[in-house]
Design a protein around this ligand. Structure first.
Ligand code: SF4
Ligand code: SF4
Length: 436
């Protein structure tokens, strides 16, 4: 793996340093180039924005979930200065090694702790010190409460007392909050918007990490506006809701090929999905949307164009993706991007289950946590965190998506976005349990 990464890194450095001009030199050896053309500057972050009231100038693109040290290193070399991690990501030690020897003050490191069984101040302090030890740092810039499902959870006194102590000890500088909406079987009425707006009122949080993208604007837009007024830093995740469609289409084809003996209700669900997929296909043809990378680029430019957004977490899996993503720094949405995103929204928007939504969940007689399952599937597929996603999925208490195969899909009728979620849930189940 290391050899592969080193090779990729060499490629990145070569590409970023020589870029397309390098290729041109090989193809056209007699071409006369200026010295700047021969040695273009490496890919670099072009925009830094104030992270709310922290005042820190943060790169417009940030390190989201990154597994490979070589990629993290190259991102930092390119000027990315915000690192997002969490106790549960298993990346602290790797990050610690990569940042060793770098100028600590030039980096903004955020990690997160979930509110688990032990909600005592001592419990949180102990866990925070473990994070610091793993990261090999004296302090983190922000400690976030990770995914509190309810307004009550974000008020957990043990957490806040621990944060005050850690601040006074110089171990954290700011306190933040990430949110993905609720797990329905516990708190169906607690949307991302509700939890984040309550956190604004609470006043003890300086930075939010939230889901926002061109298909899913409603909940986060209100929060972004309030954050701007109150000086709360805004960090985005789940900004490229594009891959799902292509994965689903592939699954559909696989299932057809296998011709398995499946329940009539599942077949009906697949037919509903297929209708939407065919419509999406027509849009893709008509508006020339075949390249998902182009849509993803436009999706990132969409969020970068919003001045209320401070930085965007990017979870890149390889050097090509990283190079492509970093080249978007400092760019904004073009007229063509707008047209493509509008066409994609219209044609393919029905195939995307909105993060942090859960509107349909109260309709499920089995209490299946629809939105949580689709989030785990996002970890599995889009972020390549297969093991983690499978562990999370299999630890869901109560019914999982296997029950969806014999259900008419009550949740679908309640979805305001017309998402054919029943077969999508089944696919998520197949992926995260490796069942056929
Ligand atoms: S299926 Fe529809 S209503 Fe249900 S969580 Fe997804 S987007 Fe929301
Ligand atoms: S398909 Fe049926 S069982 Fe599955 S989440 Fe929807 S309502 Fe629940």
């Amino acid at each position: 793996m290391d050899r592969k990464i080193n090779k990729s890194r060499r490629k990145f450095l070569k590409n970023s340093a020589l870029g397309m001009f390098g290729a041109g030199l090989v193809k056209y050896p007699n071409l006369k180039l200026s010295s700047e053309e021969k040695n273009p500057p490496p890919i670099q972050i072009k925009d830094y924005r104030s992270l709310g009231r922290t005042g820190f100038k943060v790169s417009d693109l940030a390190c989201g979930f990154i597994r490979e040290p070589g990629i993290l290193e190259a991102m930092l070399d390119a000027g990315v200065n915000y690192i997002d991690t969490a106790e549960s990501y298993g990346t602290h030690k790797m990050i610690g090694k990569v940042i060793k020897g770098r100028d600590r003050e030039s980096l903004f490191i955020t990690t997160k702790m979930e509110v688990k069984k032990d909600v005592s101040k001592e419990g949180f302090v102990k866990r925070a010190y473990k994070c610091l030890e793993e990261l090999q740092v004296d302090y983190v810039d922000c400690m976030m409460m990770h995914m509190p499902e309810t307004v009550q959870t974000l008020k957990t006194e043990g957490f806040h007392k621990a944060m005050s102590q850690l601040k006074s000890e110089g171990r954290i500088r700011f306190v933040g909050l990430s949110n993905h909406g609720s797990f329905w079987y516990k708190a169906p009425e607690q949307s991302m918007e509700k939890v984040l707006l309550a956190a604004v009122e609470d006043g003890r949080f300086d930075i939010f990490l939230m889901a926002y993208n061109f298909l899913q604007m409603d909940q986060a837009e209100k929060v972004l506006e309030v954050c701007r007024k109150k000086g709360i830093g805004t960090v985005l995740m789940k900004t490229t809701p594009v891959k799902n469609y292509y994965g689903l289409k592939q699954r559909l084809e696989e299932m057809k090929k296998k011709g398995k003996d499946i329940d009539e209700l599942y077949i009906k669900g697949l037919e509903r999905f297929e209708k939407r997929a065919e419509r999406a296909e027509r849009f893709i043809e008509k508006y020339n949307l075949q390249n998902p990378d182009e849509i993803k680029d436009a999706a990132i430019r969409f969020v970068l164009s919003n001045p209320k957004v401070n930085t965007v977490c990017c979870s890149v899996k390889n050097f090509d993706q990283m190079e492509r993503t970093l080249s978007l720094s400092g760019t904004t949405l073009s007229g063509m991007d707008k047209k493509k995103l509008a066409a994609y929204r219209k044609g393919c928007g029905e195939l995307y289950c909105r993060h942090a939504c859960g509107v349909c969940e109260p309709q499920c007689p089995h209490h299946v946590p629809v939105n949580t399952i689709m989030r785990y599937q996002h970890y599995f597929e889009a972020q390549g965190r297969e093991k983690y996603a499978m562990l999370k999925y299999n630890s869901i208490p109560g019914a999982k998506a296997d029950v969806c195969g014999t259900c008419p899909g009550y949740c679908e009728t309640a979805c305001p976005y017309n998402v054919p979620i029943q077969p999508m849930l089944m696919r998520a189940h197949h992926q995260m349990t490796f069942s056929s």
